[in-house]
Design a protein around this ligand. Structure first.
Ligand SMILES: [Zn+2]
Length: 299
């Protein structure tokens, strides 16, 4: 079953969101993919998640490949690279991928891939890092530095059996060979107002992206908006219950603790939230229910 049109879409410049520090953010939809629902919801029983979302006849969820196009400090930043197109037709069919090439997606919406200064990759799984390089192994974004956590680079190079074949190790090597890899460690401001936050949990070096300068300690009440892009730590709004980890989380205990801590900060600060695979309207704000769970604020 074909996904709804359009395949590629970007927030119009007029509707770009602005966050504290003059950070402008547009959501780029770079295609669709269909993860296996059982793997996506991991330990969560089907009777619970199936109240929120339907599967297709192969037990898959219809999900988006959401990228962000960010402008801050005179620089242009792409967050995530989608799946790319380097996998086999069989693999694309199993994963239900439509589109996924980040350079094509940018051009289709009228943006130049050569205008990108930084590419932030949340982690090195195929649906986030698969579009780092083109079919011949050259970086899609010729001028860009690719920002990856040091722990994630180490994980991609490790000989641990679970990680081999899951991480985009060859693409990482090609980005590095082109002199475009920017390894970072921990929480790092990439350009003024745009920072990566190492979260771990999903993979060893997963990182979220904070849009807007972080409030100084003791001054949490500043009225200007900020936003967060969670990567696969929280891939859609369906995984807001903090214990709903997926089968793809390598470190579920860490994931639950980090999700809990970040969600408290996000709700407490009134931050906006972007989810990497959510097919719905984004960004959204979140709130506590009377029972102490988390839900999107009704728009
Ligand atoms: Zn993912």
């Amino acid at each position: 079953m074909a996904a709804p049109a359009p395949l590629y879409e970007i927030t119009s410049p007029r509707d770009a969101r602005e966050y504290v520090g003059g950070v402008r953010v547009r959501l780029l939809r770079a295609g669709w993919f269909r993860p296996d629902a059982g793997g996506f919801f991991g330990v969560v029983p089907q009777p619970l998640w199936s109240r929120m979302v339907e599967t297709d006849d192969r037990g898959r969820l219809l999900c988006r490949l959401n990228l962000l196009l960010v402008e801050a400090g005179g620089k242009r930043i792409l967050v995530e690279t989608g799946t790319g197109e380097r996998m086999t037709d069989k693999d694309r069919d199993i994963k239900g991928i439509e589109g996924g090439n980040p350079a094509v997606a940018l051009r289709e919406v009228g943006e130049d891939p050569d205008s990108i200064d930084f590419v932030i990759v949340s982690h090195l799984h195929y649906d986030h890092a698969g579009g780092m390089v083109d079919a011949s192994g050259h970086p899609f974004f010729r001028r860009a530095r690719y920002v990856v956590q040091r722990n994630e680079v180490e994980a991609a190079r490790s000989d641990e059996l679970r990680l081999q074949g899951i991480m985009e190790s060859e693409q990482l090597r090609q980005v590095q060979a082109a002199g475009q890899l920017a390894e970072v460690h921990g929480d790092v401001e990439i350009v003024p107002g745009v920072s990566v936050i190492r979260t771990g949990g999903h993979t060893r070096g997963s990182q979220a992206v904070l849009l807007g300068t972080r409030p100084a300690a003791g001054h949490p009440g500043e009225p200007l908006p900020r936003a967060i892009f969670f990567g696969d730590l929280i891939p859609t709004r369906w995984q807001l219950p903090v214990r709903w980890t997926s089968a793809y989380d390598d470190y579920p205990i860490d994931a639950v603790e980090t999700r809990n801590r970040l969600l408290h900060e996000v709700i407490g600060g009134g931050w906006w939230a972007y989810f990497t695979h959510d097919p719905g309207e984004l960004p959204i704000q979140l709130e506590w229910t009377e029972k102490g769970s988390i839900r999107p604020v009704a728009s």
